[in-house]
Design a protein around this ligand. Structure first.
Ligand SMILES: [Mn+2]
Length: 443
């Protein structure tokens, strides 16, 4: 679908980026298109940073932000896009083209994409450094490196070398880490739609369904409610499959008596949710499943309750690890005290992943986790997941047989607010009684 205009916030983001990096040029190419076979491509999704700064979603394009050397305007917005070619549009759909792109996306200059190499040296004239992520696409790398050399040689006998080349990702990532109000709204929408998808599963899934039927219902519910695509491939893991952290086969039948772990989230205008829920394939949790579920839920809820500006994700991890290992200890499953078990890293057999990650346009979003070696303090506007889990590997003989093969994770999306936090995915039930009530109504 062709947009007639894009919101003002895209321009504000470019302004913030260029204000913080005034003498730097940015070269941000579209994601490459990948061929699956013959005339079939993998689904295209725009490069996140390019979309974040423009709202432009076509392949074969590139954004250049170039300092002008003037007070005002301090920089130029230059878009390189596909030209409108009737024959191609009949096959692939309408394109923005050069003239419309400039107007709709607020570019000062717009050129056909094949002119990137020709225009770049001139655009870099007033830049003191160039932010470009090398190594993603060999062809664009060649174009950029050639332009840098041309720009250098155009300086005549100045003795100067190539402009310093820096990765654009950490710089744009730093901006993306703090979410503006429009981003919070989109994350809220994604959280709501995705929570509804999880709740729908709790209402409808039955023993005997295959994992891929659950996957299809997730996709249907997300799309039906306004999510344009998933933020990542869903994990639909019945029984012991849940102990495989990134299980993706999604092709086994579900058995009454097992648990089902679903990790799925949808995108709304490029902002994704990331939710995990674990519920019984049948009506109720077995007593062992309930014991482990309650431990994970306690850790998860306490972490959510603790979250506020100034806290670190590391502190949340430590808290979750302690609560969960004390819970496991209380079941008589540890041979040493919980604290000792953790200090010797024994808990990693049960809780092998982190407590969460930044969330935004990418499910594992940009942003640096440690500053100068120390865990970064949370600030209002940051968004991340809280997702403790316990996984008893089916072949791990240190646990009693009856617990082996149980894998439980509970994951919500959290927006840090000035006073504490907002749970964006509260619509997905996680209380055991509420889940069992939904399961009881499911047939
Ligand atoms: Mn996650």
């Amino acid at each position: 679908m062709i947009k007639s205009q894009v919101p003002e916030y895209f321009r504000k983001r470019r302004d913030s980026l260029m204000k913080a990096n005034s003498a730097a040029a940015f070269i941000l190419p579209a994601n490459p298109e990948y061929v699956r076979n013959n005339d079939v491509h993998y689904p295209f999704r725009q490069d996140t940073n390019l979309y974040y700064l423009t709202g432009f979603d076509e392949p074969e394009s590139c954004l250049v932000l170039a300092p002008t050397g003037l007070e005002s305007p301090a920089y130029q917005v230059v878009l390189f896009v596909r030209e409108r070619v009737r024959e191609r549009e009949i096959w692939e759909g309408e394109r923005y083209g050069v003239d419309r792109s400039a107007k709709i996306f607020g570019a000062d200059l717009c050129f056909p994409i094949h002119e990137l190499g020709k225009q770049l040296p001139g655009l870099l004239k007033h830049a003191e450094s160039v932010h470009y992520s090398l190594g993603r696409d060999a062809e664009t790398d060649r174009v950029v490196l050639r332009a840098l050399e041309e720009q250098r040689s155009s300086q005549g006998r100045s003795g100067r070398g190539l402009l310093p080349l820096l990765d654009s990702r950490p710089v744009v990532g730093e901006l993306r880490l703090r979410k503006g109000p429009e981003e919070a709204d989109l994350l809220r929408r994604a959280g709501k739609v995705s929570a509804l998808a999880h709740k729908t599963l709790m209402e409808q899934v039955r023993p005997g369904w295959n994992e891929f039927e659950v996957e299809a219902l997730v996709n249907f519910t997300m799309r039906k409610n306004g999510s344009e695509r998933l933020g990542y491939d869903s994990i639909i893991a019945g029984g012991r499959n849940a102990t495989c952290l990134h299980y993706r086969a999604n092709n086994e039948p579900l058995r009454d008596g097992d648990l089902l772990l679903v990790d799925a989230g949808g995108e709304c205008d490029y902002y994704t949710a990331d939710i995990t829920r674990t519920f019984p394939v049948g009506r109720t949790f077995t007593s062992e499943q309930a014991q482990i579920y309650d431990i994970v839920l306690k850790a998860q809820k306490e972490c959510v309750a603790m979250t506020r500006p100034g806290l670190t994700i590391e502190q949340l991890y430590d808290h979750a690890a302690r609560v969960m290992m004390e819970g496991v200890e209380a079941l008589g499953l540890l041979k040493v005290p919980a604290a000792k078990f953790i200090s010797e890293a024994g808990h990693k057999a049960l809780f092998p992943h982190g407590i969460g990650h930044w969330l935004g346009m990418d499910v594992h979003d940009s942003g640096i986790y440690k500053l100068g070696g120390a865990a970064r303090k949370l600030e209002a506007g940051m968004c991340f997941t809280i997702e403790p889990g316990l996984y008893f590997q089916p072949d791990d003989a240190q646990w009693p047989e009856k617990y082996r093969g149980i894998g439980i994770r509970i994951e919500d999306d959290i927006l840090v607010t000035p006073e504490g936090c907002e749970v964006l995915t509260a619509g997905a039930p996680k209380e055991r009684a509420e889940i069992e009530a939904l399961r009881a109504g499911s047939r």
